[in-house]
Design a protein around this ligand. Structure first.
Ligand SMILES: *Cc1c(COP(=O)(O)O)cnc(C)c1O
Length: 390
């Protein structure tokens, strides 16, 4: 057995972040040292080489999502991409309308930006979800008004893994002549995404969720049929065709590009492998603890995500009791208070369930040995927690 297979602690939190793939790091390193040029200073070889690296990365990202190179804007991550898409589009089309449609289970980078838009006088509809975390397409249709500019629905949920019906949403928005943005941070590299086939007009992605470095991401902005107009968030030297000023993070961008290339290459096999391991993880725990339930959609879900409800066992306690396995609770800690997850509360308005749920995110380093260990270790700990209560 390989050394990695038995290494502890076991990392099963790939929705929070992923480690840099060593092949990605390799590609990045020269851009910190000898290839340090500014990608905008192309009068000499230093800048030209940096610019070439950025061009390559642009091709690689465009290739992963079926876009054209000129439609990729580099940012500092998915948070910035989401902010830019929502604020930029709503400002740019202010003369046509003021209405945004999004969903209650979005990432905070969307929800807090939507709140900001409300403060700026825009109107926002937050679509509810059913117990699987899915939106109702008829409700989406009926929520669209004369004043609707943009629909923003995440491709895959970062807590429960539920996938959105992107093609159907895209057909609706295209038919009604409004724009479709998707936060695809958790989806890219794990499921096939194609902006043409899915009628996506704007798409956010993040490097550190696909085995690239932190602090870099991209926003896809459609240039044809229709051409999306977007006011920038960042003003200055007019980089990225005026959509995002600021000297480009060349090492980060080169890393993101290579991460996208690897993701495209590995996805078909890797998704199947992780789906198999994920199903074994669930089946193994379920066999020992029959009361557990899946949070999210039973089939329309990310292959590497497992969110489970463990009745009458506090998630926080489980996490603390098993420091040899890195997984997460269904709750996000806000200062001292443990706030139950808005996603879990949206699918089941039950505070207790939200506090008794745990999330696993499998990834490239995950082995069968790790899954087997986790099944036994976690089941034992759940039994122990029950005994303590009894
Ligand atoms: C991680 C994540 C983000 C934030 O991405 P950063 O690059 O860390 O800013 C946004 N949306 C979703 C769905 C995420 O999982």
């Amino acid at each position: 057995m390989s050394e990695r297979a038995t290494a502890r602690p076991i990392y099963l939190d790939h929705h929070a972040t992923t480690p840099i793939d060593p092949r990605v790091l390799e590609v990045m390193l020269p851009y910190f040292t000898q290839e340090f040029g500014n990608a905008s200073s192309k009068d000499h070889i230093f800048g030209a080489r940096a610019s070439d690296a950025v061009d390559t990365a642009r091709q690689q990202i465009a290739g992963l999502i079926g876009a054209r190179e000129a439609e990729i804007v580099f940012t500092s991550g998915a948070t910035e991409s989401n902010n830019t898409a929502l604020l930029g589009v709503m400002e740019s089309y202010a003369d046509r309308g003021d209405h945004l449609i999004t969903c209650v289970t979005e990432h905070k980078a969307i929800l807090d930006t939507a709140t900001r838009l409300e403060h700026l006088g825009k109107r926002v509809t937050y679509l509810p979800v059913d117990r699987f975390g899915s939106i109702d397409l008829d409700l989406l249709r009926s929520s669209i008004t004369e004043k609707t500019i943009l629909v923003s629905i995440m491709a895959a949920n970062n807590e429960i893994g539920t996938l959105a019906p992107l093609v159907e949403i895209g057909k609706i928005t295209r038919e009604r002549g409004i724009l479709f943005h998707t936060d695809a941070t958790q989806a890219v590299g794990n499921i096939a995404i194609n902006v043409e086939r899915m009628y996506i007009d704007l798409l956010s992605l993040s490097s550190h969720k696909i085995y690239g470095p932190k602090g870099v991401g991209a926003l896809y902005v459609r240039r044809r049929n229709p051409r999306v107009l977007m006011t920038p968030l960042m003003w200055g030297g007019g980089h990225e065709r005026g959509l995002r000023s600021g000297t480009l993070n060349v090492p980060g961008i080169a890393g993101l590009g290579h991460a996208a290339k690897l993701a495209q290459l590995l996805m078909p096999k890797e998704s199947e492998r992780l789906r198999g391991l994920r199903d074994q993880l669930f089946a193994g725990i379920k066999e020992r603890v029959p009361a557990i339930e899946i949070n999210g959609h039973p089939s329309d879900r990310l292959p590497h995500n497992l969110s489970i409800f463990v009745p009458s066992v506090e998630a926080k306690g489980l996490v603390v009791a098993t420091p040899d396995i890195a997984f997460s609770t269904g709750a996000a800690c806000t200062s001292e208070r443990v706030e139950p997850s808005h996603v879990l509360l949206a699918i089941h308005p039950d505070q207790a369930r939200a506090h008794q749920s745990i999330r696993f995110g499998l990834g490239r380093s995950t082995t069968l040995d790790e899954i087997n260990y986790t099944v036994v270790r976690l089941s034992d700990e759940i039994f122990h927690a029950h005994r303590l209560r009894a």
